[in-house]
Structure formats: structure tokens, C-alpha cells
Design a protein around this ligand. Structure first.
Ligand code: DX5
Ligand code: ZN
Length: 229
């Protein structure tokens, strides 16, 4: 069991964070692409976990995170799009995640998941799908380090950014403390990054825009420039 627990959201770093989504990697070359992303200054690596039930797609499991953990010490920001977030939060903490973000839509007992992650010293995030209102997380928002506002319907990379999420980003930013992070995820590129930053986001997940480009460093730099308002 890997005793993970370096909460990346509490790190002293201020300012925007860039979180490349490994879902968009060429899995035959993932080590090389991770090294390039970390060398280009990515502060965390975003790992999209899909169970084929909560979202209509399957991605990777705890074994993938275990391998990546052994490969890099860059913080692993694991986004679990699964129907049993309590079970998988523990599995990914065991595998070496530094933070786990669960979906509020997938649980009646968010407090149990938060307590488990806190007990392991991990970062704690909660995510809302596009159709889920900000009010759905009102009761627990003070207990998390990060809120992830999905700017696409979760399940696939390479989708188009959903403009109608900008007002939700503003609303959730107004509910968060200055030490809490607001992450956006889905269709993120320099143009949408600038709009999300202006609305209050400060952690930017990008898959296609980074790993679909022919220059990972240039892509990450462009995102950071766009995020710096
Ligand atoms: C979608 C995932 C996103 C996605 C982002 O369910 O949560 O992280 O991989 O990919 P892009 O940046 O290509 O939209
Ligand atoms: Zn994600």
C-alpha cells in the first residue's frame, strides 16, 4: 500500500495550475509524454477514471495509477467518474493518488468519502456535471480543497467546451474560500482557459489541447499564459 498523501492543493504554489489529462496520451508512449508535460511545468497530472457505468466509457484502473506513481513524483490528481466513489476513492488512495475528486451525483454520503480521503492525508475534490447546479455541493463545499466544474459531459476527451458553464464557475468561485481551488475540465484550450480564468477558475485540465498537439511544451506554456490574468 502506497502511503500517499501530499495534498497538492495545499502546496505553497499560488497562481494557476496546469493539469494535463493522461486520458489523451498515446498509451504506447505515455512515459515520454508524462516526462515532457512535467518538464514543461505541469504542476499535477490529471487521471480520468471511468467505470463504463457512471459514464459510458472505460478508461484505466488502480494498476495504471500504481505504475504512474512508480514512474513520476508529480502529484496525481485522480478524477473518479464512477458509480461507487467510496470504494474507488480507497482503491486509488492505495494505488498512490495524491488527490481524488469524486462526483456529487454518484453518492448520497459525500461526507464518508471526504473523511476517508482526509484520513489518508489526500487532497479532496468534488465535481459537478454540466446539468448539476452549484447548490448541489453547498452542504460540503467548505470541506473540500477543490471543486471541479465539468465543462463537457464527462466520459470522453476532445469534446467542445460548454459556454453555459461560465456562470456556474462564477457562482462556485463566490462560494469558495481564497485557499480553495476551482478546476475546469473539458474542451480547455488557451481561449477557453482565458474565459474560465476570468470567471474564477485556477486549475486547468487539458487533454487533447496538450497531447494532441505536436509540441507539449508549447501547448502547456500557451495555457499558462492564458490562465494568468
Ligand atoms: C472527460 C474528462 C476530461 C477530458 C478532458 O470526462 O474528465 O478530463 O479528458 O479532455 P479534453 O481536454 O480533450 O476535453
Ligand atoms: Zn477529468
Amino acid at each position: 500500500m502506497v502511503i500517499s498523501g501530499s495534498n497538492p492543493w495545499k502546496a505553497s504554489h499560488v497562481g494557476p495550475l496546469i493539469a494535463p489529462s493522461l486520458l489523451a496520451c498515446d498509451f504506447a508512449r505515455i512515459g515520454e509524454q508524462i516526462e515532457a508535460a512535467v518538464a514543461a511545468g505541469a504542476e499535477v497530472l490529471h487521471v480520468d477514471i471511468m467505470d463504463g457505468h457512471f459514464v459510458p466509457n472505460l478508461s484505466m484502473g488502480p494498476g495504471f495509477v500504481r505504475s504512474i506513481r512508480a514512474f513520476t513524483d508529480c502529484p496525481l490528481d485522480v478524477h473518479i467518474m464512477v458509480s461507487d466513489p467510496l470504494y474507488y476513492a480507497e482503491r486509488f488512495a492505495d494505488a498512490g493518488a495524491d488527490s481524488v475528486t469524486f462526483h456529487i451525483e454518484a453518492t448520497e454520503k459525500p461526507g464518508e468519502i471526504i473523511d476517508l480521503l482526509r484520513g489518508r492525508g489526500l487532497g479532496v475534490g468534488v465535481s459537478v456535471k454540466p446539468a448539476t447546479p452549484a447548490g448541489a455541493i453547498e452542504g460540503i463545499i467548505q470541506d473540500v480543497d477543490l471543486v471541479l466544474v465539468m465543462t463537457v459531459e464527462p466520459g470522453y476527451g476532445g469534446q467542445k467546451f460548454m459556454e453555459d458553464q461560465l456562470t456556474k464557475i462564477e457562482r462556485i468561485r463566490s462560494m469558495l474560500g481564497t485557499e480553495q481551488r476551482l478546476q475546469v475540465d473539458g474542451g480547455i484550450n488557451p481561449a477557453t482557459t482565458a474565459r474560465c480564468a476570468a470567471a474564477g477558475a485556477d486549475v486547468f485540465v487539458a487533454g487533447e489541447n496538450i497531447f494532441g498537439s505536436n509540441d507539449i511544451t508549447e501547448a502547456i506554456t500557451a495555457l499558462r499564459n492564458a490562465a494568468t490574468i
